[in-house]
Design a protein around this ligand. Structure first.
Ligand code: XMP
Length: 514
């Protein structure tokens, strides 16, 4: 039986995915659709509740995103957030006007604890994250105000008879400490949720769907060792054992022990084809210093190696019609392609051969957010080194070796990087960086070891906090970690005489050095 589902209608806010995730954390399935989704489609989906997201526009501006007024007559409970609240007020005959003074940030508010979405919460002090320049200045008929701040008389509103609720603040963000409780209240007190969504259920449903889709045919998967392709492989292995063929191209620019870890995790789960292509890649890269050229060469060579391997498999199994991909929900939402996905370029570096004869994509992670993919990986018994793996660029260490690449440089960087990562992993930290690694710069500097002067490479260490990898802040690591890493690297890694720490945010810098 299908899960109960909450529909998140998107009006351009930056938190739509966060809303959908919060709903799932409350054990209710959720799906994001554009704000303009038709009433007939909504009826077909038959959600138990609808959440209208925030958005940057003003509802009273011509051309701003609107919804069909009939949405509020479907008898389905609605929760409007920020712009979503203003949209409800505007559509149902209230008034929305610019704020006298805009409210941004954590704001104290008084709530009406008798309102079902605030049930169980004290009226004071509540904190809500506000971020608005417009507000509801006249409530629509039948609505009452259920929260206020110093400058916003309608920080929340409700029409209990019609089961329509709204908040001017953002309950989905961490800066609203009781926000998840409010969303849970909406789901369970208003929408009648039963809590039938969890990762174990997703796993069981996907296994059944994969069996139905693939039958007794075969599936090919390019395994990179990243979280998504690894979890995809493990799920396929459970669903259609003996029918999953994974190609793992080791371009020789992986981190220390990475190839062996992937090998150990998959050798006994799937028909695993590791390809040691180190020499092939390094010879193509010889003398190349330009980062984009490196990326291009690696991307093209990846396709060649994959093709060669796939041909061998074809001889054994005949034509393989199915190609599996680790596409995840944010890829689906961002591309707006809910129906037909295009083949995602592998590793972001090249893309799979255009002329291969796959006729059907298998994308069992299409419904999951990244943290759910990790949870599913844990459920499937994958090791932590894979499920908690930090992002690693497709071209690997090639973009962390400044200038031309040699095997010696790759080995040097691998050692330094492993030492630094271990120090961070074992160090005392308030918050673990989201990505951390070493870079081999092309700068040599003078050092002194014993009575000898040395002239070795400079290693740069980089550790950043980020959620979206579009921006980042450098992590303030403790002196113990930095000094410990520096000492161990210079003492143990031949050819390195100096270690520096990168203290640049993005922007203006990027996360990788190349
Ligand atoms: P930048 O350096 O652009 O990195 O701030 C943002 C994120 O993207 C990763 N990255 C790559 N990933 N192929 C990839 O698959 C690449 O060529 C590539 N370059 C950067 C980077 O590690 C970070 O997570």
């Amino acid at each position: 039986m299908a899960n109960q589902l909450v529909l998140v209608l998107d009006f351009g806010g930056q938190y739509k995915e966060l809303i959908a995730r919060r709903v799932r954390e409350c054990r209710v399935a959720s799906e994001i659709k554009p704000g303009r989704t038709s009433l007939s489609e909504i009826k077909k989906i038959s959600p138990i509740g609808i959440i209208l997201t925030g958005g940057p526009d003003s509802v009273y501006r011509d051309g701003s995103p609107r919804c069909d007024a009939g949405l509020f007559d479907l008898g389905i409970p609605v929760l409007g957030i920020c712009y979503g609240m203003q949209l409800i007020a505007y559509t149902l005959g209230g008034e929305v006007s610019p704020c006298v003074s805009s409210e941004y940030g954590r704001t104290k508010m008084t709530i009406e604890p008798a309102s079902p979405i605030f049930s169980g919460l004290a009226s004071l002090p509540q904190i809500g994250l506000m971020s608005h320049t417009d507000q509801v200045t006249k409530l629509p008929d039948g609505f009452t105000s259920t929260a206020f701040t110093q400058t916003c008389t309608n920080a929340a509103m409700a029409n209990e008879n019609r089961r329509i609720y709204a908040t001017q603040f953002h309950p989905e963000v961490e800066n609203t400490p009781n926000g998840t409780a409010m969303i849970r209240n909406f789901l369970y007190n208003v929408c009648g949720a039963v809590g039938d969504y969890d990762i174990a259920g997703y796993r069981a449903r996907m296994v059944a769907e994969l069996r139905a889709q693939v039958g007794d045919e075969h599936v090919l998967l390019g395994l990179s060792g990243g979280v998504d392709s690894s979890v995809c492989a493990a799920l396929l292995a459970e669903a259609i054992p003996g029918h999953v063929h994974c190609i793992f191209v080791d371009h020789g620019l992986m981190r220390q022990n990475e190839g062996a870890e992937i090998d150990a995790a998959f050798r006994n789960r799937v028909d695993f084809h590791p390809v040691d292509a180190e020499m092939r890649f390094l010879s193509k890269l010889e003398g190349v210093s330009d980062p984009e050229t490196k990326r291009k060469i690696i991307g093209e060579e990846f396709v060649r190696v994959f093709e060669d391997e796939a041909k061998k498999l074809k001889k054994q199994y005949g034509t393989i019609r199915f190609l599996a991909q680790g596409t995840i929900y944010p890829d689906v939402v961002e591309s707006g392609a809910n129906e037909s996905a295009t083949i995602k370029s592998h590793h972001n570096v090249g893309g799979l051969p255009k002329d291969m004869t796959f006729t059907e994509l298998v994308e069992p992670l299409r419904g999951l957010f990244k943290d759910e993919v990790r949870a599913l990986g844990r459920e499937l018994g994958l090791p932590k080194s894979l499920t908690e793996r930090q992002p690693f660029p497709g071209p690997g260490l090639a973009v962390r070796i400044i200038g031309d690449i040699t095997k010696e440089k790759a080995d040097t960087l691998r050692q330094a990087d492993a030492i630094f990562r271990e120090k961070v992993d074992k160090g005392k930290l308030k918050r673990r960086p989201d990505q951390y690694f070493a870079v081999l710069t092309d700068t040599k500097s003078v050092g002194v070891m014993g009575d000898f002067r040395t002239h070795g490479y400079t290693i740069a260490l980089r550790a950043v906090y980020t959620t979206d990898f579009m921006t980042c802040e450098y992590s303030e690591l403790s002196p113990a970690i930095l000094r410990g890493a520096s000492k161990e690297i210079v003492n143990n890694v031949r050819g390195v005489s100096r270690v520096v720490y990168d203290v640049t945010d993005k922007p203006p810098a990027t996360i990788e050095w190349e």
